[in-house]
Design a protein around this ligand. Sequence first.
Ligand code: TXA
Ligand code: MG
Length: 345
Amino acid sequence: MQTELLPVSRPAIDRAGQLIRQGALVAFPTETVYGLGANALDADAVRRIFEAKGRPGDNPLIAHISAVEQLASLIDCEPSLAARALMDACWPGPMTLIFPRSRAVPDAVTAGLDTVAVRLPAHPAARALIDAAQRPIAAPSANRSGRPSPTTARHVLEDMDGRIPLILDGGPCEVGLESTVIDVTGGVPRVLRPGGVTPERIAAICGGVQVDDAVMRPLKEGERPRSPGMKYRHYAPAGALTIVKGEERAVASAICRLYDEALGQGKRPLILALNTHLPAYGARRALSLGSDAGEMAHEIFARLRDADALGADALFSEAVGTEGVGLAVMNRLGRAAAFHIVEVK
Ligand code: TXA
Ligand code: MG
């Protein structure tokens, strides 16, 4: 299959909408990461997503809508007060809510669960595509399973060339990390995947929030997570990643030592560090993660892809604090490292 890459335009969106209606896949920009979309109400189309990504069939997808009114047909209840408050404050935006599902949603989307994940994205091209398709669009991130999520159309092409007919190019994604996934089926909203909508913000909107403790640790043997996505080692660079955490100077000297040891063992090490810390690593090979947690959110997936492209086989990364969007950054980095985190003093 030939993969076409078209800049976002009215005719491109119309063509993409037509492809979705015909059951084909289209990659499209959102404010978080690029999505790989199919008609959410067509089980055969949705199965093509799993094939193109090589995604395990038990990991459910997010249904994307372009207006709040479209929610009712996908869910099987009135949204709770907390859900309403979150929708009012954070939609359109980088937030996904988990509701009891309606029967209109095929099993292929929910992986057989009795809940469905729904998001109203802010990116105008994403919303225009949903409107053009005249259907909700099921879309995971547009990477091959296990690769970092794509934040540019070029990343999508790297992973999906020859597998899908069309990629809409809307430039780099604004947030750079996937949406916050919040379970609103119970009393207090529970964060299953941290993202741009932070726990602090959720607490301010709803008066309370729980963060699932599996967000910052590996799953135990045989443990059934609240969100199937927690099971998989996402965002994995080809090289082994170690995160070094602690006081700034101690971190720099530990990373230098680990880097030099790896080099001595004939490896090709690489450092990921905050911009302002780069001088501490001298002539060692290092990439910038930006200057704070927000920039890191924006850069991290692209840098993990760069690390692969450079053939790095031992990666050492600095950490950031888990306040605000830092929690989402450390969740993605932690999982890329299979939670191999070294603390230094
Ligand atoms: O920002 C985003 O959310 C992007 C863009 C394209 O919208 N999409 C995205 O999709 O990141 P994906 O498939 O890569 O991640 C969806 C996550 C997975 O971890 C999945 O397990 C979880 O949401 N999920 C989906 N449905 C669920 C459900 N019913 N209950 C619990 N977790 C669910
Ligand atoms: Mg994904």
